[in-house]
Design a protein around this ligand. Structure first.
Ligand code: ASP
Length: 597
C-alpha cells in the first residue's frame, strides 16, 4: 500500500509514529518557511507540514503543489502546538511533519471548488461528476446509500429471504410508463423491453416456490423527469407467498424503522411517526389533498361545504348544488398578508388548476375584525361558524377552495406545501412515514374510454368487491398499499391475483383483448395453471428513501451518475448517435423529422 493510514485516522495516540499518507490536496497555505498541505481522502483530512529547514527537497516540491494534486507523503505524527488544534476536524489535534513528498499525479485547476460543498451550477456538476463526487456531501450520501443497501440485505437475509436476479433484457412489464426498447440483432425487427419493474418475474418466482424473494433491482421507465424521477432507478423489489396485507406492511414497517436507525448517526434524521399512521386514500385526499401526504406538519384541510352552501357567495352555492366541495386551510399568523401577497397565493392556486382562491384574514388582537372579499356574502353568524369550524385564532389566515374534488385537493395540497416551506415546517431531518390503503382498483381513462389499473395489472381486488367487477368497476377496491414519507411515495405494492380466470377478467376490463393478453402475458396466465400460491409484495424506491434519509431535495444527490432533467448523461454524452454500421446490424434506419434536424 502507498499509505499506512487514512487521512481520517491519526490521533494523539499516534504521536511520534512514522506514517505514509496518500490523497488529494484539499488546501495549501505557505507561512514563512513552512507549507501546510491539507491532505484529503474519503475518510477525512490531515494537516501535513513541510518545513524548509528540516525537509528542503520536500519543501521545494510542495511549493509547486496545487489543489487536487494526488500526493504521497512520508513523515512523523506530532501533536499540534497549543492553541493550534482544530476541534472541527477529527484529526485536529495532530499534524504530520513531512520528510518526503511525492506528486503521484498532478491536477488541472478543477472547474469548481472541490474542498467545499458550496453551490455550483448543476450542469457543471454533472459534466464533472467525478469531481463533484469527491466533495463531502456526495461522498457522505453515497456511503450512506451503500450502508442502507447493506442494511436492507441484512434485514431480509435474517428473515430467510432469497436474493435472486432477474433479466434486464425482457418483455414489456407495464407500470404505467413508456418502455425502453432494445433492438435485437439476432431477431430482425424484434425488441426487448427493459423492465419497468421485475413484477412478472417475481410473481413467477412465487409460482416456483421461493416464498420469500427480494432483489435490489434496477428499473427503467421512460417518463418525464422530475426531482424524484430518473429514467433508471433502483428499488427493493420484494415478494412473499402465503401472506396477507398485514404481513407485508409489518415487515416493511420494521425495515424502515431499522433503516432510519442506520442513517441517524450519519445524517441526524429522526423518525417522528411510529407506528406508521394508516390512512385510507379517501382520508388522505380529504385531509391533505394528496395520496402522498407529508405528515411532518399539520395544516390539515377542513371541509366547510355545508357552511359555504348557506352563504350568499354564488361560487360556493353553485358548487354545493353540483355536489362539489368547499374546503379550507387555516394558516397560523398570516392574517397580516398584504394584497400583493394574497394575489400571489391566488396565482399559486391557479397554477394548481383552481379558478381562484377565497380568503378570510383575521386581524390580530381582540378587535374581532376580518378582512375578506367574500365577507359581504356571509352573515355575522355564518362568519363565526366558519371561523369556529376552522379553529382560527386572531391573526390567522383562512384559504378557501371551492371546485371539483380533484381541483380542491390539488389547490389545497399545493398551498399546504407552499406554507410548510414558508413557515419552515418541513424539517428535512424529520422522517414521517404513513401507509395509504384502500385504493380503487381502477381509474377511468376518459381519453381512451376504458378502465386503467390504478396500481398495475396484477393487483387483486378486495375479495368482497369481486362481484362489482361486473356491475360497477369504479367501486372495486384493490388490495394495494402505498408507503408515503415526507410528501413522497416511497413504496407501492399489493396482494396479487393468483388465478387465471380472475386475471383474464381484469385484462378484459382494461381493454386488452384475449389475443393481446396472450401475446403479452401468456406466460403468466399459463403459469397460474400450475399451482400458484396466494402472494403479494411491495417495492420501496431506494433512491427516494436514501434522499429522504439524507435530507436531500432530489434523487440526483444520492445517485453516483444520474441523468439530467432532460434524461441525458452530461459527462459521457449519452444518449448519442449510433454508428451506421451498428444500426445496420440492428436492422434500424433512423428517420429524423424535419423539425428535429
Ligand atoms: N411492481 C410495483 C412497482 O414497481 C411494485 C409492486 O407491486 O411490488 O411499482
Amino acid at each position: 500500500m502507498l499509505k499506512t493510514h487514512t487521512c481520517g485516522e491519526l490521533r494523539l495516540t499516534h504521536d511520534g509514529q512514522s506514517v505514509k499518507l496518500a490523497g488529494w490536496v484539499n488546501r495549501v497555505r505557505a507561512q514563512g518557511g513552512v507549507i501546510f498541505i491539507d491532505l484529503r481522502d474519503r475518510w477525512g483530512i490531515t494537516q501535513t507540514v513541510v518545513d524548509v529547514q528540516s525537509a528542503p527537497e520536500a519543501h521545494a516540491a510542495a511549493e509547486k503543489v496545487g489543489r487536487e494534486d494526488v500526493l504521497q507523503i512520508e513523515g512523523t505524527v506530532r501533536a499540534r502546538p497549543a492553541g493550534m488544534t482544530n476541534p472541527n476536524l477529527a484529526t485536529g489535534e495532530i499534524e504530520v511533519e513531512v520528510r518526503q513528498l511525492r506528486v503521484l499525479n498532478a491536477a488541472k485547476t478543477p472547474p469548481f471548488d472541490v474542498s467545499s460543498d458550496g453551490k455550483v451550477d448543476e450542469a457543471l456538476r454533472l459534466k464533472y461528476r467525478y469531481l463533484d463526487l469527491r466533495r463531502h456531501r456526495l461522498q457522505r450520501n453515497l456511503i450512506l446509500r451503500g450502508k442502507i443497501t447493506k442494511a436492507i440485505r441484512d434485514y431480509l437475509y435474517e428473515r430467510d429471504f432469497v436474493e435472486i436476479e432477474t433479466p434486464i433484457l425482457f418483455k414489456t412489464t407495464p407500470e404505467g410508463a413508456r418502455d425502453y426498447l432494445v433492438p435485437s440483432r439476432v431477431h430482425p425487427g424484434k425488441f426487448y423491453a427493459l423492465p419497468q419493474s421485475p413484477q412478472q418475474l417475481k410473481q413467477l418466482l412465487m409460482v416456483a416456490g421461493f416464498e420469500r424473494y427480494f432483489q435490489i433491482a434496477r428499473c427503467f421507465r421512460d417518463e418525464d423527469q422530475r426531482g424524484d424521477r430518473q429514467p433508471e432507478f433502483t428499488q427493493l423489489d420484494l415478494e412473499m407467498s402465503f401472506v396477507e396485507r398485514e404481513d407485508v406492511l409489518n415487515l416493511i414497517e420494521g425495515l424502515m424503522i431499522h433503516l432510519v436507525q442506520v442513517a441517524a448517526p450519519i445524517t441526524g434524521c429522526q423518525l417522528v411517526t411510529q407506528p406508521f399512521p394508516r390512512l385510507t386514500l379517501q382520508e388522505a385526499m380529504l385531509k391533505y389533498g394528496t395520496d402522498k401526504p407529508d405528515l411532518r406538519y399539520g395544516l390539515e384541510i377542513v371541509d366547510i361545504t355545508d357552511l359555504a352552501a348557506q352563504t350568499g357567495f354564488r361560487v360556493f352555492a353553485e358548487n354545493a348544488a353540483a355536489g362539489n366541495p368547499t374546503r379550507a386551510l387555516r394558516i397560523p399568523n398570516c392574517g397580516h398578508y398584504s394584497r400583493k401577497q394574497l394575489d400571489e397565493l391566488t396565482e399559486i392556486a391557479k397554477s394548481a388548476g383552481g379558478k381562484g382562491l377565497a380568503y378570510i384574514a383575521l386581524e390580530s388582537g381582540d378587535s374581532g375584525q376580518v378582512k375578506s372579499p367574500i365577507g359581504k356574502f356571509l352573515s355575522v353568524e355564518q362568519m363565526s361558524a366558519l371561523i369556529e369550524r376552522m379553529g382560527a385564532q386572531p391573526g390567522d389566515l383562512i384559504l378557501i377552495a371551492s371546485d371539483t374534488h380533484a381541483t380542491v385537493c390539488a389547490v389545497l395540497d399545493t398551498l399546504r406545501q407552499e406554507f410548510a416551506a414558508r413557515l419552515g415546517l418541513a424539517d428535512p431531518k424529520k422522517i414521517a412515514f404513513c401507509w395509504i390503503v384502500d385504493f380503487p382498483l381502477f381509474e377511468w381513462n376518459a381519453d381512451e374510454q376504458r378502465w386503467d389499473p390504478s396500481h398495475h395489472l396484477f393487483t387483486a381486488p378486495m375479495p368482497e368487491d369481486i362481484p362489482l367487477l361486473d356491475s360497477d368497476p369504479s367501486r372495486v377496491r384493490g388490495q394495494q398499499y402505498d408507503l408515503a414519507c415526507n410528501g413522497y411515495e416511497v413504496a407501492g405494492g399489493s396482494i396479487r391475483i393468483h388465478d387465471r380466470a380472475l386475471q383474464e377478467k381484469i385484462f378484459g376490463l382494461i381493454g386488452l383483448d384475449v389475443e393481446d393478453a396472450k401475446q403479452r402475458f401468456g406466460h403468466m396466465l399459463e403459469a397460474f395453471e400450475y399451482g400458484t400460491p396466494p402472494h403479494g409484495g411491495i417495492a420501496p424506491g431506494i433512491d427516494r428513501l436514501v434522499m429522504l434519509l439524507a435530507g436531500e431535495p432530489n434523487i440526483r444527490e444520492v445517485i453516483a451518475f444520474p441523468k439530467s432533467q432532460q434524461a441525458a448523461d452530461l459527462m459521457a454524452g449519452a444518449p448519442s448517435e449510433a454508428d451506421p454500421h451498428q444500426l445496420a446490424e440492428l436492422h434500424i434506419r433512423v428517420v429524423t423529422a424535419p423539425e428535429e434536424r
